[in-house]
Every structure is written in C-alpha cells, then in structure tokens.
Design a protein around this ligand. Structure first.
Ligand code: ATP
Ligand code: MG
Length: 275
C-alpha cells in the first residue's frame, strides 16, 4: 500500500436534522488510488467528500480527519481552505457555477495565481492542463461558447491546474452523453497516471467498473462496501436494498454462474472461455 493521503476516523456529520448524513465513517485513501464513491441520492456521498478537504468538519467530538500536507498528515482545522489546495482539490457537483471568467485561459489562471504560482509556470500549466482535458489551443475561447461536455472538462481543468496531490470530483459525468462521460474519465485517468490520487462520486457503474481501482458504496451515511470494483460488485446481496445496480456485465455473468466479470471486455472473455 502507498502512503495515506486522506484519513477519516469515526466521522459523524449531522446537519441538524437529528438524522446524521454521515454516521460513523472511518476510511483511508492512499496515494495513486482512483476511488469511486457510489450510493443512492441522499446516502451521504457529497457530505463525505466535503470532509476530504475540510469544506465540512465532523460534528462529533471523536470524529477526526487528517490530510497529507508538506509536513505530514494534519487536521484540516489547522489550515485555511486555500492552504489545503496543494493537498486536495475539489470540483463541485454543479461545476457550471464554478466558471466565471471570459476566457478559458483566465479561468485556469485564477487558481494558480491565487496560490502565488509565478506567471511562467502558470502559463505552462494552463496549456498542459488544457491539453490534458482535450481543450488544447482553446485558451482564448469564451467558456459560454463551449459545449456542455467541454465546459465540464474546463471546470475540472480549473482544479487540476492547481496540481493538488489528490482531487475530489463530485459527479463528473452526470448529464453528459456516454462518449463525453468516457472522455472525462480518460482525463482523470491521465491525471492519476501522472502520480495523483483521484476520488470521484458517480452513478455510472459501467464506467466505475472500468476506471476505478476502488469502490466505496454508501448507504444511509455509512460505508456499506469498500473494495476493488470486482469485490464490491460481486456483493449483489449486500448491494440489494440500495439502488446500486452492478454493471450489466457483472449481472449477466453472475446469472450464468461465471461471476467475476465487471466490464464488457471481461464478460466477453469469460463467456468465450466457457463455451
Ligand atoms: N446543507 C445541508 N443542510 C441540511 N441537510 C443536508 C445538507 N446537505 C445535505 N443534507 C442532507 O444530508 C443527507 C446526505 O446528503 P448528501 O448531499 O451528502 O447526499 P448525496 O449522496 O451526495 O446525494 P446526491 O446523490 O443526491 O448528490 C441528505 O439527507 C441531505 O438531505
Ligand atoms: Mg451529492
């Protein structure tokens, strides 16, 4: 296992309704993981993710969060939010609200400039990050002219450009067509292969099966299952009672008594081997 970058211990978060949105969550995220948090609406995914960079804090005295900083693991309470950006970047569930400049270049320059990154380094990072998300050469375009998918990739780029150790992205593919959704996960996979940690929240089980190295399934503020996609999607009994449907490839091969396939490619291989 690589080193821990985010660690939660016994985290409860109660917004005040009396029924906690997070109900005692303990987990560690390790460097280089591609984590997908899944679960139905209201299960606590966003509340969980907002603890990863100190946007929210545990409401119970025993709850503890630590994130890796230049000086080792530390409680986010000790920092202002912007001081944690080198550790954990965050893309909100509705990223259109995150875009507010007239050109893609300005949109991407904003974060690094606030962090005090020098202009030459910022310019290099802006063009590299635009290329990473498939928007090479679009520096002077106005974000309002971009397609919905391109705007989503721009919003993601505006966080990736800060080169945080880890990025947390709340529903990067919701509302995108299948090709665009895949493109977005490809961008995140490229970011991860440059040595970063990626955490997404997603309802797209087929893409989760294909791209995530680890799946955390939430139910009513608790972690219901945590493991590789193969391990988690094999627990069909456990997942029953949530609205999580394992990828169709997994359902098909399990029904045929050939459990283990979670992607279509896997399923084709297993079925070919069986006939
Ligand atoms: N700011 C808030 N104030 C009060 N209650 C909240 C707040 N944010 C979330 N909740 C409640 O906390 C619970 C968990 O919400 P959360 O947004 O974490 O779920 P989620 O899994 O991200 O859902 P979705 O899939 O719809 O985004 C829900 O019952 C929700 O109504
Ligand atoms: Mg949410």
């Amino acid at each position: 296992m690589t080193e821990v970058v985010i660690e939660l211990s016994d985290v409860v978060h109660d917004y005040g309704s009396g029924k906690p949105a997070l109900d005692g969550v303990s987990l560690s995220v390790h460097r280089g993981e591609f984590v997908a948090v899944i679960g139905k609406n209201g299960s606590g995914k966003t509340t969980l993710a907002k603890h990863f960079n100190g946007l929210l804090r545990p409401t119970n005295p025993a709850g503890r969060v630590r994130v890796r900083t230049a000086n080792g693991l530390a409680d986010p309470r000790r920092f202002k939010l912007h001081q944690l950006v080198p550790s954990v970047g965050y893309v909100f569930q509705n990223p259109d609200r995150q875009i507010f400049h007239d050109t893609c270049r300005e949109e991407l320059e904003f974060g690094p400039a606030n962090l005090g990154v020098d202009p030459a380094t910022t310019a290099r990072r802006v063009s590299e990050t635009l290329a990473l998300v498939g928007l090479a050469g679009r520096e002077e375009d106005n974000p309002v002219q971009l397609s919905r998918g391109e705007r989503q990739r721009l919003a993601i780029a505006s966080v990736l450009v800060m080169e945080s150790d880890a990025v947390v992205i709340d529903e990067p593919t919701t509302g995108q067509d299948p090709d665009e959704a895949r493109l977005i996960l490809e961008c995140l996979a490229r970011y991860r292969s440059a040595g970063h940690t990626v955490v997404i929240i997603s309802h797209d089980m087929a893409l989760v099966a294909e791209y995530a190295t680890r799946v955390i399934a939430m139910r009513q503020g608790r972690v219901l299952a945590d493991g590789t996609p193969r391990e988690v999607f094999a627990q069909q009994e456990v997942l029953r009672g949530t609205n999580i449907r394992p990828p169709q490839a997994a359902v098909l091969t399990a029904a045929l008594g050939l459990p283990g396939a979670i992607t279509v490619d896997d399923a084709v291989r297993e079925l070919r081997a069986a006939v």
